[in-house]
Design a protein around this ligand. Structure first.
Ligand code: C5P
Length: 227
């Protein structure tokens, strides 16, 4: 295995990429960086400032002016990191249904993507990082040492998210989660800039019938093989 690698993991929502990336990063003592939180934080800033998410120019201005910091967890409440938006901890707020419903539209805007991609690249170029997102292998870090694309059927992904919601006593239905996920998949994979897709040189892993441990093992096996 190479020293100081950049590991890119892309895939749709609930494909297992965040959990897998976090475990791989912990094993290697690498930084785990989930780029989705940045798009979620921008979306929250837009909603907080009562700006219409359809107002592209205004949303892009907010993205450029917004300070987002992702730091190691300061509280033990199940979080993987702290997300700080303009000085305020918003780690759990960015997980709301309102953010889920609007984040994909916000993420289509070129000005938003440019601002986020630049910041993500700065972190990626420092190396020793497992970066997770939709466009890491294709756009943010096209020269990553190794790339993975994690996938699963939309029904299986909705089932996983529904189970998570039930564990946290959240009021929702499987049908509404499935519909929201299909909508997000569609916007993310058909947008003009940096759509969700597998990089040509990414390793494809279908996680539908695999446990998290099995996926982590497969990723580690591939890493060991890289020279
Ligand atoms: O990964 P997560 O579900 O937190 O991402 C939220 C949304 O952020 C995605 O649905 C997508 O619209 C956007 N995103 C993106 N590019 C990334 C990461 C996330 O467009 N690299």
């Amino acid at each position: 295995m190479r020293e100081s690698m950049v590991i890119a993991i892309d895939g749709p929502a609930a494909s297992g990429k965040s959990t897998v990336a976090q475990r791989v990063a912990a094993r290697l003592h690498y930084l785990y960086f989930d780029t989705g939180v940045m798009y979620r934080a921008v979306t929250l800033a837009v909603i907080q400032q009562q700006v219409d998410v359809n107002n592209q120019k205004a949303v892009e201005q907010i993205a450029m002016a917004t300070q987002i910091n992702v730091t190691p967890p300061s509280i033990e409440d199940g979080r993987q990191y702290d997300v700080v938006l303009n000085g305020v901890d918003v780690t759990w707020q960015i997980r709301s249904n309102e953010i889920e419903a609007n984040v994909s539209l916000v993420s289509t805007y070129p000005g938003v993507r440019q601002a986020m991609t630049e910041r993500q690249r700065e972190i990626g170029l420092q190396g020793r990082v497992v970066m997770v997102g939709r466009d890491i292998g294709t756009v943010v870090m096209p020269d990553a040492d190794i790339k993975f694309y994690l996938d699963a059927s939309v029904q299986e992904r909705a089932r996983r998210r529904y189970t998570e919601c039930m564990q946290h006593d959240m009021q929702t239905t499987y049908e509404s989660i499935l519909a929201a996920m299909q909508s997000r998949d569609h916007i993310d994979s058909t947008r003009e800039i940096a759509p969700l897709r597998k990089a040509a040189d990414a390793i494809y892993l279908n996680t539908s019938d695999l446990s998290i441990d099995m996926v982590v093992d497969q990723v580690i096996q591939q890493l060991v093989l890289t020279e």
